[in-house]
Design a protein around this ligand. Sequence first.
Ligand code: ZN
Ligand code: ZN
Ligand code: FE
Length: 757
Amino acid sequence: MVRVSVQIHGAVQGVGFRPFVYRLASELGLKGWVINDSRGVFIEAEGEAAHVNAFVVRLQDEKPPLAIINALEVKWLEPRGFEHFEIRHSDDSGGKTVLVLPDIATCADCLNEVFDPGDRRYRYPFTNCTNCGPRFSIIQALPYDRPNTTMSRFIMCAACQTEYENPLDRRFHAQPNACPVCGPSLALWDREGKTLSHSSDEALRQTAQALREGKIVAVKGLGGFHLMCDARNADAVALLRERKPRRDKPFALMARDLAQAARLVEISPEARGLLASPQAPIALLPRRDDAPVADNVAPGNPTLGVMLPYTPLHHLLLHEIDFTVVATSGNLTDEPICTDENDAIRRLGHIADLFLVHNRPIERHVDDSVAWLVEGKPRLLRRARGYAPLPIPLTRAMPTILAVGAHLKNTVALSVGDQAFISQHIGDLETAQAMRAFERVIRDFLRMYEAKPTIIAHDMHPDYLATKWAKENADERVKLAAVQHHHAHLAAVLAENQIEGPALGVIWDGTGFGTDGAIWGGEFLLGDAAEFERVAHLRPFRLPGGDKAIKEPRRIALALLWEMFGRDACMQEDLAPVAAFERNERRLLTQMLEKNLHAPLTTSAGRLFDGVAALLDLHQVVSFEGQAAMALEFATDPAHEDAYPLPLSEVGPPWVLDWRPLLSAVLADLRSGAPTPTIAARFHNALIEAILATARRTGEPRVALSGGCFQNRILTERAAQRLRAAGFEVILHRQVPPNDGGVSLGQIAVAARKMND
Ligand code: ZN
Ligand code: ZN
Ligand code: FE
C-alpha cells in the first residue's frame, strides 16, 4: 500500500476535473480526497502501488477535454488508511495561480439535449455543462464558483441542483448550470427597448422572421452583441454597411453547420478541425465561386471569414433559418463591442431594427477570435473568445509586469511567474469608449490575479494614449519601461515559440515609433528580448500629411515618385495616383514634400504596399488600414516567379533596401501594359528575395517573421519556404497575432530583460 499527493497546476477548474479524479480513483479502488485550491487541483490517494501508479499516469492521459495540465507534482508518502474517496470543498487561501478558462463552444452532448424533444432542456438557449459554455465572460472573481459569476442571480431549481451536486453527472459543479425553469431567458426588443416576445422560443422565431425579411438584428451572445442580417441579401448588407458605417471591411459570417459552411468556403481537414474546435473562431478560408452570399459581404476578397454557432442560442437561431448570416461585432467603428442590452439600445439603436437580448449579464467583452491557416496550420490573427485569458508559457520566471500594448489592435498583458496572460482583443485606442475598455481590462486583470506590477511596459511613442496612461500610473514603486515597437514584435514571436534568441527579426508593419524618432516599419532587427541591432531597413520615404497618408495610398505613391523624380513626379498624369489628385492638391503636396512640412520619414513596408497598390490603381483612398495592401496581395498571380530588383546597399549595417529600382521596374511594366497580377507578383517576389538576401548577409541561422505585413499569405508562406530552402530556421507566430495584438507580450519580454540588466 502506498499514498501519493498530487498537486496539479493549469486549467483544471471548471472543466470537470474533480469528478474525473473521483471516477478514476473509484475505478482503481483508491481511497483519499480531491480539492480545488487557488493553485489548481490537489489530490491525496492511497491503495495498491500498481493502482496508484496507474492513477498518476491516467490523470494525465485521460484528463477531461478542456483541462490543460501545466505541471503535476507527485510526492510518495506513507499510507494513512482513508476509508473512502471524497470531493472536498474548495480552499481559496494562498496565491492565485489557477487559470481562468476561456468561453467554450457548446459540446456535442449539450447540443443533443437542446435538439431532443424529450429532454428537459429541449430548445433551451443557455444549456451548458462542465465541458462547455461561458467562463471568462461571466467570471467576476476567483475562485470560479457560482456566487463569483454573473449567474449568481439565478437560483438553481431542484433538478439542476441535483446535477450540480452529483460527482457522476456531466454538470457536477458546472457553475453556469441552468434550465428553462431556473435559468436565463431570451426576449426580443424593439429600438425603444419594448419587449415584443412572450417567451424565449417566440423571441427566436420572431428574430428568424426578421432576418428573413432583411432586417438587421442585434443579438446578445456570449461575450457581446453581434449585428446580424441575411448574408445573401445585398440590400440588408448594404444597409448594415451604411448604418455602421463600414464601407468595405469584410463582414464575418455564421453558418449553421459544417455542411452549410462548405457551400461558402473550401474546407480542408485542418480547416474543419479549426471551425469545429471548442474555440470555434472565425476562420478565414478560400471563398467558393458559387458561395451563396451577397458580393458586398467581403468585396473583392477571395476569402470569407466563417464561424459556426458556439452557443445553443446561436444553434437554435441558425436552425430556424436556412441561410448564412452576417455576424459582425455589435459596435460602432473604433469602439468596443457592446455587452449590455441597455447600452446596446443607446449605441446600436440606429443600426439594428430589433434586439434579441437575454438576462445573463456579460461581465466583460470578449470578441470572436480570428484564425487562418498558414502552411496548413491554424494560427491566430485576433486572440479573444476561446483563447483569452489562457496564458502563454514563458521560458523563465519574470517580475510582475503590466504591458499596455500598442495603439492599434490593442491588447494588454500581465506576467505572473513564468506565464504571460494576454488580454482579449481590445481594439484601436482611438475613442473614449475604447480607452474606457482598455482601463477596465487592466483593472480587471490586476484584480483577478491579485497582481501588483513592479514595472509598466509601454510603447516608445510619446503620444500614444496607452503610453500616456502608463506614465500617469507609474509611481516610485512602479518603474516604467519604454519598448521599441518592432523590438516588441520580435520579442513576442520569440517568446511564444519559447526561444530565447538570438534571431534575425524581419519586422514589417504599417507604423511604429523608431529609436530615431522616424516611423519604422520595414525593419530587420538582429537580437533577442534584451537588445537588438537594426541591421537593415527599407530606404526611407515621406508620408505627406502624416496619418492622412494612411487613408490615401495615392499620397504615398506621389511621395515615392517625388523621391525619384522630384517636382516632375506631379507631371506624370498617366499614372493613376497622380491623376487622382486635383492640380492644386498636387501642388500643395509637392510643397509639403519639398519643404519637409508635416511629411514625416518612414521605412514602412506596409506603406510601400499601399503606394504600389495606388500605382496599380487598386485603391487611391481606403476606408480601413491594410485595404490597399490586401488588394495588392489578392491581385497577385501566384504562378509568376520572377522578381523586381530590390537591392541591398553595400554600406552598412544598417544596410538599406533601395526600392527605387523596384519602382522604376513597376513603372516600366505599367507603361508597357503588363497585367496587374504580373506586376503584383513581381512586387511580392522582390520583397521575398530581399528578405532572403538580407538573411544571407546577416548570417544569423534563425529568422523570425512578425508585424502586420505577415498577415499577407503570399509574403509569409513564400518567405518561409524560400528561407527554409536556403537552410534557415523560420519562426512564425502561432497563438499570438503577428499584428499589433501581439505587441503586449513582446513588451513584457523586453521589459523583463531590461530590468534584469
Ligand atoms: Zn456541454
Ligand atoms: Zn434548473
Ligand atoms: Fe506593428
